[in-house]
Design a protein around this ligand. Structure first.
Ligand code: PMP
Length: 353
């Protein structure tokens, strides 16, 4: 194999998604999915799409969904883009806004897809420090750069920046694009939405995978100035002119039309989260103050990987990570109340042993 080819293969090191186990009956708290099913209206709309429309190609402009999202957020259709999950939109955004000339910035602990896209597209990057408590050094975003991307709230630390902090990052980088990945924003953080009309360099990316229980459907959205949206459309046009299939399109529209279900399930998750944080603290774990549907957890004595393995033996799947300059940690998705009770009872046993 030539040197060039091995180097290229290295650059193409893929993102490794969390485990989707085949084994039935596990309590699955490892990939930040929503424990509640999608709204019954979503299911109904998708059934109708299956029965009536599959013979036809989908609408390449995704107009009905974009109109629905635009009116939901009081925006115009030209400010809305939709894609196959926010992962696809992030890939398009890296392609559209960043290049090989100047390094982009993202936090050193954040979504592990960012370095994968950067390497794939030959975009240099630099990381911004995160301290032991998960806090990002916001001022590190004020250095010279070719663009910025960060999750808010951050994953996997679960911590949110305030709207003022986000505005400071956006306003100090007016000649670059700042992509704010709001995959988890519906669980208690402030969205940057009020800023998009003031800052044409801000793109917000959101997903229906988390707060709307549709990870399996693969629908994400981006909101921003029409010229940023137009750039995404141009990149999309070179990949696949049909983004969402007809079933996903119908389901996503219905998800935005059932506000009551959305509000109910997201507040349930926040309630279960806050209760779980207290229970974890009571059994001696350190938990970051979460604005997401997952928790960033450490223990003073017992190693995160060991806790992960013991939980796994007991049929509970979480994730463990290590990162530079912070203690290895667990990331635990919020499940149903019963699932969290099972987690707490297993953890109490593991930690007293
Ligand atoms: N951004 C962040 C920070 C995430 O954690 C995830 C979920 N893995 C995504 C984006 C992608 O979500 P999806 O592609 O399901 O919309």
């Amino acid at each position: 194999m030539s040197n060039y080819w091995s180097k290229r293969l290295n650059e193409l090191e893929p993102y490794v998604p969390g485990e989707q186990p085949r084994q039935a009956g596990l309590i699955k708290l490892n990939t930040n999915e929503n424990p509640f099913p999608p709204s019954p209206r979503v299911m109904e709309a998708m059934k109708q799409a299956v029965n009536n429309d599959l013979r036809l190609y989908p609408d390449p402009t995704d107009e009905r969904l974009r109109t629905t999202i635009a009116s939901y957020y009081h925006l115009s259709e030209k400010e809305v883009f939709v894609g196959n999950g926010s992962d696809e939109i992030l890939a398009f955004a890296f392609r559209a806004y960043f290049d090989e000339d100047r390094p982009i910035l993202f936090p050193e602990i954040s979504y592990s897809f960012y370095p994968v896209y950067a390497k794939l597209y030959g975009i240099p990057f630099r990381t911004v420090p995160v301290d032991e408590s998960g806090a990002i050094d916001v001022s590190a975003f004020f250095q010279d750069n070719g663009g910025i991307v960060f999750p808010n709230p951050n994953a996997p630390t679960s911590l949110a920046l305030s709207l003022e902090q986000v505005e400071e990052i956006v306003s100090r980088n007016l000649s670059q694009v700042v992509v704010v990945d709001e995959a988890y924003v519906d669980f208690g953080a402030q969205t940057a939405l009020p800023l998009i009309r003031r800052y044409p360099n801000l793109l917000i990316v959101q997903t229906l995978s988390k707060s709307r229980s549709l990870a399996g459907l693969r629908v994400g959205l981006a909101l921003g100035h029409p010229s940023l949206i137009e750039a995404l459309n141009r990149v999309k046009g070179s990949f696949n002119s049909y983004t969402l299939d007809r079933v996903a399109h119908a389901g996503a529209v219905a998800a935005f039309e059932d506000e009551e279900y959305f509000q109910h399930t997201r507040s349930e998750i926040m309630r279960i989260r806050d209760r779980t944080i207290k229970q974890l603290q009571d059994i001696g774990l350190w938990v970051a103050p979460s604005s997401t549907n997952f928790l960033w957890v450490k223990h003073g004595r017992v190693d995160a990987e060991e806790i992960y393995s013991r939980l796994r033996e007991a049929g509970i799947l979480v994730r463990h990570f290590s990162a530079p300059r912070v203690k290895p940690y667990l990331r635990i998705t919020i499940g149903t109340e019963a699932e969290m009770d099972a987690l707490i009872s297993q953890l109490s046993e593991i930690l007293v042993r």
